[in-house]
Design a protein around this ligand. Structure first.
Ligand code: GSH
Length: 238
């Protein structure tokens, strides 16, 4: 269960698209939650994955956990898969750690940029620190695993970071204080590379949709993510 404009759902969609796994995707309007959704997913949060295992229903939440579950399904893996199981496990641990410590703080930066038009100095500093850290992890537009393992290959960190970085990039020309003297060159190079990948293109959105959603929030008109995503092609008006 997803909404195509939800950055956390997008993480799962990218992993699904990479795996080419046959999973039924159901879209949910979060501004008007249907009764089937409330019954099947009492937490009301997206993304959510319903799995039937030996007659038992399991509902999985949290974009990272769902993405890891999807990756573990039969087929190719977005995690490094070499000959040695210990190396694989150690590398997976390092990758998961990087997502937790360096990518997840982007949520806070994105949230601030969506909601807070007049940030105080502490908020601006915090935004800049989070974004600079990520910018420095993709020097010259290399994928995240280059800095960690020395190979410029798309991996799990890239897919978890993409929906959040997309929003950071989308808001860069709106004159927000967060972006004053903030270097985004490496992230922009990284973004221009990753957005050309076929399975990424299949789920990517025009960045203007995030700008229009932000406008809706700023006008205090946000009541949850609606369907279809095309609704965000038009700018919100007072
Ligand atoms: N930590 C969660 C965050 C999920 C989340 O915040 N989802 C939002 C949509 S983007 C949601 O379902 N909100 C409920 C609502 O709007 O009613 C994850 O990574 O999956």
């Amino acid at each position: 269960m997803i909404n195509p404009m939800c950055p956390f759902a997008q993480r799962c969609l990218y992993v699904l698209s990479f795996k080419r796994a046959a999973v039924k995707v159901r879209n949910v309007d979060l501004s008007d939650k249907p009764s089937w959704f409330l019954e099947e997913n009492p937490s009301k949060y997206l993304p959510a994955l319903l799995v039937w295992n030996n007659g038992t229903k399991v509902i999985i939440h949290e974009s990272i956990i769902i993405s890891q579950f999807l990756d573990a399904l039969p087929g190719i893996s977005i995690y490094p898969k070499g000959e040695c199981f210990l190396t694989n496990a150690a590398q997976k641990a390092v990758i998961d750690m990087k997502v937790a410590t360096d990518v997840e703080p982007l949520r806070r930066a994105v949230r601030m940029a969506y909601w807070k038009s007049q940030p105080n100095d502490r908020e601006v500093l915090s935004f800049k620190r989070i974004v600079k850290n990520v910018n420095d992890m993709v020097l010259n537009g290399c994928y995240f695993e280059f800095q960690i393992f020395g190979r410029d290959v798309l991996g799990f960190i890239d897919l978890m970071a993409l929906p959040l970085i997309e929003r950071i990039i989308a808001f860069k020309d709106l004159g927000l204080k967060y972006y004053e003297n903030l270097r985004l060159d490496d992230l922009l190079k990284w973004y221009s590379r990753i957005s050309q990948i076929h399975f990424i293109k299949a789920h990517s959105m025009p960045l203007t949709r995030y700008i229009n959603l932000r406008k809706q929030m700023q006008l205090n008109k946000y009541r949850g993510l609606v369907l279809p995503a095309e609704a965000y092609d038009v700018e919100a008006k007072l």
